[in-house]
Design a binder for this molecule. Structure first.
Ligand SMILES: Nc1ncnc2c1ncn2[C@@H]1O[C@H](COP(=O)(O)OP(=O)(O)OP(=O)(O)O)[C@@H](O)[C@H]1O
Ligand SMILES: [Mg+2]
Length: 317
């Protein structure tokens, strides 16, 4: 995979995703740490992989701090010597050593115990660390990328992230937008996931109908891109030997309604806005997310389309 391919893997031509791509390109080649923020399933690991790829450093070592077994975070990070503790029957190489010369991506950084955050900071500053049970310092030089999926202010206020580590890692931040703020990327994403599904399945549909796409674009996507991927794969499996994923296949997973229900009678302005949004999403669905063609279909300028899409993103933020 070339650097370009890895950035290409991050699908989405919405304005917000273009900004993300620009940031990745701007910071990838410098050695600075990057803090990647975004809800679950927004593509933080994919973003980290793209940065690693563009930086030309190997290897890329992604780890999720939330999966470290209780009490073993230090050993997972820095490794241990044989006999360092009960159960340490053989030497263990930690991720800090594995990432030497490359990129270490620590997902869910706030799940790392505070004492380990302090040790990590020391390793970052000196390039030195000590495996558990060893009295010898080791060296590892790696670039660090970190991520957290919770609201950063809450993570800090809850004391889950040491301020000194945050200062070290958080100077450059890339925020991945939730999928509900870039619904126009759904046709492209759905098509990619269909193709990925086809690479694994023996047979399955090659296309997704505009109506099915439009239905996907009415959803809120609390699980973001991961949830979309699962649903597209589910719909493809349900469609089985048919040529296309259609509305009925998709509706088995997302249900018919999606626009938020308004209590009572909406104001005329609200009703007008939501009819307008539906028309825009429908047009985008018809043309595979291509904004130029959607604007033509709607007989408005692209600038107007952008403005209206932007207004929706702000309301759902
Ligand atoms: N922009 C995107 N283009 C293509 N695929 C994407 C994109 N964003 C996410 N995905 C896919 O969605 C799934 C989840 O992505 P990823 O693991 O990077 O999310 P995450 O933010 O790290 O999630 P978590 O917070 O749960 O760790 C993966 O299958 C990934 O390939
Ligand atoms: Mg992740």
């Amino acid at each position: 995979m070339s650097g370009l391919d890895s950035l290409d893997a991050l699908i989405g031509s919405s304005a917000v995703m273009q900004q993300v791509r620009t940031q990745i390109e701007r910071f990838a080649r410098s050695p600075v740490p990057i803090l990647i923020l975004g809800e679950t399933g927004t593509g933080k690991e994919l973003c980290a992989a793209a940065i690693a790829q563009l930086s030309g450093r190997h290897p890329f070592v992604p780890v999720n701090c939330a999966t470290f077994p209780d009490g073993l975070a230090e050993s997972e990070l820095f490794g241990h010597e044989r006999g360092a503790f009960t159960g340490a029957v053989r030497v263990h190489i930690g991720v800090v050593a594995l990432a030497d010369g490359g990129v270490l991506f620590l997902d869910e950084l706030g799940e790392l115990p505070p004492a380990m955050q302090a040790k990590l900071l020391r390793a970052l500053e000196s390039g030195e660390y000590r495996p558990v049970g060893s009295n010898k310092s080791m060296h590892s030089h790696f670039r660090i990328l970190a991520a957290t999926s919770g609201d950063l202010q809450q993570v800090i206020a809850g004391g889950k992230l040491r301020p000194d580590l945050l200062h070290r890692l958080g100077a450059v931040r890339i925020a991945l937008p939730p999928l509900r703020q870039r619904l126009e990327d759904i046709p492209q994403l759905a098509t990619r996931f269909l193709h990925l599904y086809l690479e694994r399945a023996e047979r399955g549909p090659h296309r997704i109908t505009p109506e099915a796409c439009a239905a996907l674009m009415q959803h809120d996507w609390p699980g973001n891109v991961r949830q979309l991927r699962n649903i597209v794969e589910g719909a493809a499996a349900v469609a089985g030997g048919e040529d296309e994923v259609g509305l009925p296949h998709v509706l088995q997973f997302v249900g018919p309604r999606m626009a938020p229900r308004e209590d009572g009678v909406p104001s005329l302005a609200q009703a007008r806005r939501s009819a307008e949004q539906r028309a825009i999403l429908n047009a985008l669905g018809q043309v595979g997310g291509n904004r130029e063609r959607a604007a033509k279909l709607l007989r408005i300028s692209q600038a107007t389309l952008y403005r209206k899409l932007g207004a929706r993103a702000q309301r759902s933020a």
